[in-house]
Design a protein around this ligand. Structure first.
Ligand code: ZN
Length: 120
């Protein structure tokens, strides 16, 4: 079960709202088994219909466990590009879609399978 800090979820929701209608994207950092921080990459691509995160920007940091990005649409499913990216990097990938509430959060594995998560 993925564990994530509740305040971080609030922050992600806020970041997605303030970036709307553009995409927000960042990396997830885990500490002591709990995803508790996000890391912005200076090379992340922001923009409408952008292809989330460039593979050139992958940080070399073992505490980075995955990614989070927003969808300015009401579709929380990973795109083909998302799945391609997920398969190459990390173990947990969050998509938050419009209107960016708790129920608009989706957690995916490398293979694009839905993951259960627990807010701590
Ligand atoms: Zn996406």
């Amino acid at each position: 079960m993925i564990k994530i800090d509740g305040e971080l979820l609030e922050f992600i929701s806020h970041a997605a709202k303030s970036t709307h209608p553009n995409e927000f994207a960042a990396f997830l950092r885990e500490e002591k088994g709990i995803i508790s921080e996000i890391v912005f990459s200076p090379f992340s691509i922001f923009g409408r219909n952008s292809s989330t995160i460039s593979h050139f920007s992958l940080p070399i940091d073992a505490s980075i466990v995955g990614t989070v990005h927003s969808h300015p649409s009401e579709n929380g499913l990973p795109s083909r590009e998302d799945l391609n990216f997920f398969s190459r990097y990390g173990k947990v990938h969050i998509i938050i879609c419009y209107p960016y509430q708790r129920k608009n959060l989706f957690f995916y594995s490398r293979k694009g399978e839905n993951l259960e998560y627990e807010v701590v």
